[in-house]
Design a protein around this ligand. Structure first.
Ligand code: 3HC
Length: 279
């Protein structure tokens, strides 16, 4: 594994870029928007400063991590990558179009992975002529800290792609768990309805802090569900819940109306300064 491409300079894209460079692999972070790349660079630089400050890395080690990353607005810069992971917004048409583009540009031996959190890799790979090299590889926020990567095979993914993806996950210090292609895979199918239920409690009059305290103290969760919702984004939680609802066509996955109301009011969590809490 000599060079990896990560498409998308958002929170997940920058986190995945950081994980790969920390594993000592050259990585190109591509975003068509220069501002996306700027933000990605800022986040990774800030993380490195934090790790140096707490003594987890030396300044030299942190600088080496930063030097392994190249930022680019051109897809051409990933044509010789061995592995490419996309982390662009969760929209099927966008991901399909991107995969079709990557299929043309990236060397045929490379694997094309998607960090989609609820969409099917079979459908995303439908935009390519080589679905056998496409695979789902779902990271968790914050990517540099969370150990898990869910691996989803599409209907046409080859065993070779699956094997190489497991090897890659291990090479970058993650633990891979194979998961079904069904909406939400394993973690989001369980986690997001829990957050949705917590939002219903608030809608019925509960105090967000009480709900969070109860789950932290009674279930040993590191963050309460509403804190976590603010942390990952109210819009992201709603989007995943809606994908479960649309995918399973089951009323039990109906998104909580409070989430919709909060998004309409621009209360999307930490990134907007307000969600269930003020920041
Ligand atoms: N690289 C390496 N290590 C890092 C790091 C980085 N960039 N940033 C932080 N760390 C380390 C810290 O050094 C610390 O290590 P230590 O325990 O050895 O000191 C450890 O990670 C924890 O960091 P902090 O002390 O800063 O923070 P907390 O202890 O408060 O933990 C948390 C923060 C890890 C976010 C924890 O609250 C947590 O696990 N929350 C739940 C997160 C979760 O559930 N994520 C999943 C969301 S769902 C999802 O992602 C799906 C998607 O589809 C939306």
């Amino acid at each position: 594994m000599k060079k990896v491409g990560v498409i998308g300079g958002g929170v997940m894209g920058s986190g995945i870029t950081e994980v790969i460079s920390k594993a000592g692999i050259d990585v190109v972070n591509v975003d068509i928007y220069p501002s996306g790349l700027e933000n990605s660079k800022k986040r990774i630089t800030k993380d490195m400063a934090y790790l140096v400050k707490k003594g987890a890395l030396t300044r030299e080690e942190a600088d080496l991590v930063l030097r392994k990353i190249t930022y680019s607005t051109s897809y051409e810069s990933i044509k010789d990558c061995d592995f490419v992971i996309e982390a662009v917004p969760e929209k099927i048409e966008l991901k399909k179009e991107l995969f079709s583009k990557l299929d043309e540009i990236v060397t045929k031996e490379a694997i094309l992975a998607s960090n989609a959190s609820a969409l099917k890799i079979t459908e995303i790979a439908g935009g390519t002529k080589t679905p056998e090299r496409c695979i789902g590889m779902h990271f968790f926020h914050p990517a540099p800290v969370m150990k898990l990567v869910e691996i989803m095979m599409g209907k046409e993914t080859s065993q070779e792609t699956f094997r190489k993806s497991l090897e890659f996950a291990s090479r970058i210090g993650k633990i891979a768990v194979p998961a079904p292609e069904s909406p939400g895979f394993i973690v989001n199918r369980i986690l997001v309805p829990m957050i949705n239920e917590a939002a219903f409690l608030v809608m019925e009059g509960c105090n967000p802090k009480d709900v969070d305290d109860a789950m932290k103290l009674g279930a040993n969760h590191p963050m309460g569900p509403l804190e976590l919702c603010d942390y990952t984004g109210v819009d992201i939680t709603y989007g995943t819940m809606k994908a479960l609802y649309d995918g399973f066509k089951d009323e039990k996955y109906k998104p909580c109306p409070l989430l919709i109301e909060m998004i309409e009011m621009g209360k999307c969590g930490r990134k907007t300064g307000q969600g269930f809490y003020k920041y």
